[in-house]
Design a protein around this ligand. Sequence first.
Ligand code: APR
Length: 318
Amino acid sequence: MKKKITLIGAGQIGGTLAHLIALKGLADVVLFDVAEGLAKGKALDIAQSSPIEEFNINLRGTNNYKDTENSDVIIITAGVPRKPGMSRDDLLGINLKIIKEVAQGIKDTSPNAFVICITNPLDIIVMALQKYSGLPKNKVVGMAGILDSSRFIYFLSQKLNVEVRNIKSFVLGGHGDTMVAMLNYTKINGEPIENIIKSGKLSSEELNKIIERTQKGGAEIVKYLEKGSAFYAPASAGVEMAESYIKDLKKELPCAAYLNGEYGVKDIYAGVPVIIGKNGVEKVIEIKLLQEEEKKFEKSIKAVQDLFNAAKKIDSSL
Ligand code: APR
């Protein structure tokens, strides 16, 4: 039987997710949005491309949680995106309220789903979603690390003129300006990045600029778009997570996962490498951090913790 993916939020990311899932023929898709027409219109538009693209999945749009019942995967993008000059954190109050409503809807209709959250500020919203919904922690995960890593790899590939597939790296920590590029795990054509710097192909200053551009990667796009934030790359990242779950690929992916003592952190969501397979987050991988990386990671966790405390002030039930 075909799997069922529900997309809560049929805006820019939601629509792109639906399109990618359709092109891959990954699962039937339900697009849910409070703006019913948007969900219905996008579902119909994508469905009408099926004779051309030759995919064979069902797409429907709705504003009724009943239609999302028994979803295998739920991807949440409901919320408001950033406007120029706003940080992800500025979205906290409004998106927290939206996520509370979404959590209730999911809990009532798809308590067994694997839930991927994309709404920002990511680490806080995913944590709130897990608490509000009461779903198992290994079934609630946030999308950020794949996107941040992908941006970092893309910028490196442009600078070094190396194909993206020959660069391996990842970015951990919170999905904000404190995210940490794991230089110790960065390889270009199999060479540690340290060697690339020693060889003079990339200076430390250039590397630092790329890291900073990655940290501010979302804001750069917000500034260009003026209305709304990035959606193509975030959607690709969300689909990679969904696919690893549905096909039990057990891929190692950097995601915002619940930490229960790993990396010396307890009871918080943060970006770490995890294995995603048919049981959801099957394992948190504890990689060894250099002393400097550890310090940066701690700072990033502190930023997440501070923002969660701010969330608690907005809603004491958290
Ligand atoms: N339930 C369902 N959908 C909702 C709700 C709700 N309670 N509230 C808002 N929405 C819908 C909006 O109607 C809109 O169509 O969420 C959709 C969000 O889409 P966009 O505004 O296009 O935003 P998008 O670019 O997709 O980003 C969504 O992801 O990356 C984050 O920062 C981004 O938080 C933002 C989210």
